[in-house]
Design a protein around this ligand. Structure first.
Ligand code: FMN
Length: 303
């Protein structure tokens, strides 16, 4: 393994830098900028069983050091992903993490089963920050029992690593994390967005048509770091960090806190080369310090 190589729950990655779901399309959109196979991997836009148009505009707005989005999980659906996108990603040797979501356990299983028929998917990431219609609309990720149910059901439906993406809005996130670990998750990813909103005083109207949206970007980073730090001591499985990561220095904070890999999200909207630059910056750091990324993981020193 090279100085940058890491392993996340049985999956070997050439470097610890992935792109976060919903901020990098299906990977192919970034073709004009760089070869995405250079990354540790890409997490696809969230895939549902059927295609979705998502929410009406306005769906995004900028905030100081961040953004709000209420895309509404627009995506091409798992079938078109398998037919149109995956073969190209496979041919290019891209490590693909399929991010999936549904409003029932059966829905998660159906998407997983469809993906199971295809080569070229390296892991499945469960977006559990979505309402479970069969349990009164409570988000799977807020409740340890529901999170465990969906994890166990997907675990049974695939031979591939199962990653569960933590919602920072769960009351007792450590309990949700442990429930997912006990249910067979191979890794946790954290964090998803935090709900926020913005109002334009000129027009006196809410900025997003959906009124509220997911808050992401650099302003999220200290919160994400604290949550990743907590999760690393709550579970034995690896934690993949997400939240405001846009530079190698940001990535290093999370690796030192114990994350096994990182995902670059909103930063790709500011600079489409952000994820590639994080890889290059980590390579320079490791070279200068004479260390491997694996030696850095969890290596933060006490004050
Ligand atoms: C426009 C947009 C769309 C997103 N769509 C998804 C999605 O489909 N599934 C998912 O699990 N997370 C989604 N996310 C959350 C990101 O993957 C990530 O967890 C979050 O933005 C925090 O990371 P960041 O601050 O680096 O952007 C989305 C985020 C943004 C900004």
């Amino acid at each position: 393994m090279s100085a940058l190589g890491v392993e996340v729950g049985g999956l070997a990655l050439k470097n610890p830098v992935l792109t976060a779901s919903g901020t990098f399309g299906y990977g192919l959109e970034y073709d004009d900028f760089f070869d995405v196979a250079e990354l540790g991997g890409i997490c696809t836009k969230g895939l549902s069983l059927e295609p979705r148009l998502g929410n009406p505009p306005v769906r995004v707005c900028e905030t100081p050091s961040g953004m709000l989005n209420a895309i509404g999980l627009a995506n091409v659906g798992v079938e078109r992903f398998c037919v149109d996108k995956l073969p190209v990603l496979r041919a290019r040797g891209v490590t693909v993490i399929a991010n999936i979501f549904a409003s029932s356990v059966e829905g998660f299983v159906a998407i997983t089963e469809r993906l199971e028929a295809e080569a070229g998917v390296h892991a499945v990431e469960l977006n559990v920050s979505c309402p479970n219609v069969t349990h009164g609309g409570i988000e799977f990720g807020r409740d340890p029992k529901l999170a465990a149910q969906v994890t166990a059901a997907v675990r049974r439906a695939t031979r591939r690593p199962v990653w569960v993406k933590m919602s920072p809005e769960a009351g007792d996130l450590a309990a949700v994390a442990r429930a997912c670990e006990d249910a067979g998750a191979d890794a946790l990813t954290a964090i998803n967005t935090i709900r926020g909103m913005a109002i334009d005083p000129e027009t006196r109207s809410v900025r997003l048509a959906n009124r509220t949206g997911g808050f992401s970007g650099p302003a999220l980073r200290p919160v994400a770091l604290r949550i990743v730090w907590d999760l690393v001591s709550a579970v034995k499985i690896p934690v993949v960090a997400i939240g405001g990561i846009g530079t190698a220095r940001d990535a290093l904070e999370f690796l030192l806190a114990g994350a096994s890999a990182v995902q670059v999200g909103t930063a790709s909207f500011v600079d489409p080369l952000a994820a590639k630059k994080v890889v290059e910056g980590l390579a320079r750091y490791c070279e200068a310090q004479g260390v491997s990324v694996r030696e850095l993981i969890g290596g933060v020193r006490s004050p």
